[in-house]
Design a protein around this ligand. Structure first.
Ligand code: PPS
Length: 579
């Protein structure tokens, strides 16, 4: 161990990976043990336990340690420890584990690969209300985070020592995933005695580069860009894009002054306690200083600060300064002064009307609308990565979802739209017509409410995959139920566009057309549960477009649709065919 580096928490860097002999023994013995498949969040915790990032823990907290941590942020032996690391499991699983001495379980990843063995010494039901209050506090932000945490956490806790067989596998960016041991030896080789670990959940743009370089100068440290890449919230940038952005941004720091290394940790939005834990993790990786970029998230369309107030953080870090040993370094926001082409601390620029900055949300909006990200704000390579992930609407995927009675003209208009969109070119187009789907994807289904729902959700799933991958899906089932159409909308909207088209040709017209002779059969009672005759059709109230084909030709209907898509930015207006 490099002597001049900061000592790990508790004095020794734990390594829980076993040698080949013990591994073979554990694999043999584990055949009769219950297996727990770790959730993504649990796999992150386990990785940090196994690789020593959670030193001095040698497994999951026992019950007395858990209670002590909850009450006083200390392990029962007195070591400072802010957050309870326990394994949460379901009731039925807990029933299969006996709490007698020596009962062991196998911990596996989602694919069933054996990662570790837990020798269970404690099994208990936590008092959830008490736990949430102590961990998350009582303010509104804490409350929302606590709800999410509770929803993701199983009701029974297990504690005991862990032996590692295999570190969780990451196929992406392995070169950026140093263990605490690896990173410490790297810092040692470079002779870095003072290292500032910087955490951020958003991409690094020019102001962040400026802030971090200033902070490193202020604290006389070298810079470790150590973003947390664990699970992400729904509204976050996916971690592949984030990491590609970090790699690009890292090249803009002066050579040899900065290291980029990922921290595979879950994010619980749990305020000060979580930040204290984050600091300990980073200390175990060899950092002497810890800085994070305050995190704002969109809550009901408004940007809301999620990290606790600066004075609260400072107070907590000051209180435990000796035991933490790693120092807290506040993040100083900078703003851009265009007339001088410089960044200055936001405080210095107070009152200067020309000071410029962009929030994460504003960046996202600009990308969404296909507007430019200015050069003063970011690096071209980082912007290029973001544009790949947040293409403007004209390059996003979308779904046009027709709904309406049998014979209303859905299929005809859908087919005409299909042809026009192919003629326009640029994106792959898939037509999921009701009949085609029922012949292939849903061939075993009938027309009960349950079967219709399964059918529509299948169509929705396929359309969502197409939309996600930037294609165009055109669906044309009857889809008679509002609730199910809503579920499809929810599936697709986060991935691209969703346009619900109600083809509301009146029943009488559909029945008169009766191309397939089905209405006659339905009236005669030969076909049961026929939509509009003996089965309900719930008219949509949320359709983006309503068309009635009684007096509208397919060409006219398609023109209406193309106009809508072009106004919304999904297709380029100049490609619009003339009527
Ligand atoms: S649903 O409700 O969305 O699952 O229906 P969908 O998959 O679009 O299938 C509708 C086509 O199936 C034929 N058909 C029936 N429709 C409604 N009710 C009953 N009971 C029924 N039995 C058969 C009918 O031809 C529909 O085709 P379209 O193209 O809509 O006329």
């Amino acid at each position: 161990m490099e002597k001049h580096l900061i000592p790990p928490h508790g004095g020794t860097l734990v390594d829980l990976m076993v040698g080949p002999e013990r591994e073979a023994e554990l694999k043999r013995e584990s055949r009769d043990w219950p297996s727990w498949d770790l959730t993504a969040r649990q796999a992150l915790d386990l990785e940090l336990i196994l690789n020593g990032a959670l030193s001095p823990l040698t497994g999951y907290l026992t019950r007395d340690n858990y209670e002590s941590v909850l009450d006083s942020m200390r392990l029962s032996g007195g070591t400072f420890w802010p957050w309870p690391i326990v394994l949460d499991v379901s009731e039925p699983f807990a029933d299969t584990v006996s709490d007698s001495e020596g009962s062991a379980i196998t911990l596996r990843d989602q694919e069933g690969v054996m990662l570790a063995v837990l020798s269970v010494t404690d099994i208990w039901h936590p008092d959830r209300d008490e736990e949430l209050e102590k961990l998350f506090g009582a303010d509104a932000a804490g409350e929302a985070a606590a709800r999410d945490f509770a929803a993701l956490t199983h009701p029974v806790y297990l504690g005991g020592k862990v032996e590692g067989v295999q570190l969780p596998i990451h196929y992406d960016f392995p070169e950026l995933r140093a263990t605490p041991r690896d990173l410490r030896s790297r810092l040692g080789r470079r002779g870095w005695r003072r290292t500032l670990s910087f955490d951020t959940r958003s991409p690094i743009h020019r102001p962040d580069l400026e802030s971090t370089r200033r902070a490193a100068r202020r604290t006389d440290t070298n810079l470790l860009l150590q973003p947390t890449v664990g699970e992400t919230a729904k509204e976050d940038l996916d971690h592949y894009t984030r990491i590609r952005c970090y790699k690009e941004a890292a090249t803009h720091y002066p050579h040899q002054t900065t290291i980029l290394s990922l921290l595979p940790a879950p994010t619980r939005r749990a305020g000060v306690r979580e930040l204290l834990l984050q600091a300990l993790l980073r200390k175990n990786y060899g950092a002497t200083h810890f800085m994070f970029r305050p995190n704002a998230n969109l809550v009901n369309g408004e940007e809301r600060e999620l990290t606790p107030q600066r004075h609260e953080v400072e107070r907590a870090f000051a209180r435990y300064a000796d035991e933490l040993a790693i120092e807290y370094t506040p993040f100083e926001e900078v703003v851009y002064l265009a007339d001088r082409d410089v960044f200055v601390p936001a405080e210095e620029a107070a009152g200067n009307g020309r000071a410029m900055t962009l929030s994460e949300h504003q960046v996202r909006n600009r990308l969404h609308d296909g507007r430019e990200i200015p050069d003063w704000f970011s690096f071209p390579e980082v912007v290029a990565e973001l544009v790949k992930t947040y293409p403007p609407r004209s390059k996003q995927g979308f779904t046009v979802f027709f709904t309406g009675l049998s014979g209303s003209g859905k299929s005809t208009v859908a087919n005409a739209l299909f042809a026009k969109l192919l003629q326009l070119g640029g994106r792959p187009v898939t037509l999921l017509d009701g009949d085609i789907v029922r012949k292939n994807l849903s061939s075993e289904l009938g027309f009960s409410r349950e079967h219709r729902d399964i059918n529509i959700l299948r169509i929705g799933f396929v359309a969502s995959e197409i939309t996600k991958n930037r294609g165009i899906a055109i669906c044309a089932p009857i889809a008679p139920y509002d609730h199910t159409r809503g579920a499809v909308r929810e599936m697709i909207e986060p991935l691209g566009g969703f346009v619900l088209v109600h083809v509301n040709t009146p029943l009488a017209v559909c029945e008169t057309r009766d191309r397939k002779g089905l209405y006659a059969k339905a009236r005669a009672g030969i076909i049961k549960e026929f939509t509009g005759i003996s089965d309900p059709y719930e008219e949509p109230e949320d359709a983006e477009l309503v068309i009635d084909t009684t007096d509208l030709s397919p060409e006219e209907a398609v023109h209406k649709l193309l106009l809508y898509l072009s106004n919304q930015g999904y297709i380029e207006a100049n490609g619009m065919p003339a009527v």
